[in-house]
Design a protein around this ligand. Sequence first.
Ligand SMILES: NC(=O)c1ccc[n+]([C@@H]2O[C@H](COP(=O)([O-])OP(=O)(O)OC[C@H]3O[C@@H](n4cnc5c(N)ncnc54)[C@H](OP(=O)(O)O)[C@@H]3O)[C@@H](O)[C@H]2O)c1
Length: 270
Amino acid sequence: MISKIGLIGYGKMGSSLLIGGIKSGILKKESIKVYDIDRSRAISAEKYGLRVANSLGEILDSEVLILAVKPKDLPELLEKNRGTLVEKYPLLISIVAGISVQRILSLLEGAPLKVVRVIPNIAAAVNEAMSAFYANEFVSKEELAFVNSLLSGVGKSVIVENEGDLDTITGISGSGPAYFALMINILENVAIENGLREDLARVIAAQTCRGTASMILDGGHSSIELIKMVASPGGTTQEALRVMEDRGFSKIVLEAVAAAIAKSRAMNRS
Ligand SMILES: NC(=O)c1ccc[n+]([C@@H]2O[C@H](COP(=O)([O-])OP(=O)(O)OC[C@H]3O[C@@H](n4cnc5c(N)ncnc54)[C@H](OP(=O)(O)O)[C@@H]3O)[C@@H](O)[C@H]2O)c1
């Protein structure tokens, strides 16, 4: 049982992961301590009933350290605290996008630390995240089981054998909530422009997105099957899909996601 967990960076993603883990019962508030250089973030962690460290040093002796800062802030964080990390030998769980395990270890001057790299998504806050993780050879089976239970507690979780797959997953599920939110926003705006009240427009667009995912995940339908089930010949859906394809919708989405994946790969190389 892990009794000391430290979170570095109580931002949007770090807080979502912790709050989701607490809601699911996998994490206990009393075993967590949070550190964030932004005082307002620390205050919001306190308001949620979490223990907050006044300095990073206070949490570096945790058994598990969750790294949840922006990619630009990770190098300095690791380099400055290398000595303590090597001495205390915590399990490092990094949710930082685009920074590989190898890069993390090289920032620690090659010290053989235990590192799990996770690509979660923001829906952890409502226990509906999609997360994927990769672990290096120093991580034990028990530690892997802990990571898996934490991530499964906040949604669905998969382990990948090939770290390179995490770039693809970053472009699909890491960034994905923004793609679907954009689609929902467009549908909401069309609904409002056509006279629907704002609150109705939101629920109609968002519930349609949730229902579609449930048909696939729980109803056992493939995405293509689902399109055929809705788009009857000569009907409204077929008309919309025709316009989408005429204007290159699939090509645009394909190119956009490929750009996200390429960006993640480039960040790993830099
Ligand atoms: N947001 C997502 O949907 C998502 C999805 C998957 C992965 N991620 C990854 O999750 C990580 C966090 O993203 P986010 O969106 O949660 O960012 P965020 O909201 O900016 O949170 C990061 C927090 O860490 C603080 N911080 C920076 N340096 C620190 C240090 N040395 N010690 C302690 N705290 C420090 C930041 O303070 P300042 O603002 O003052 O710098 C900020 O409060 C990123 O690496 C991102 O790639 C995010």
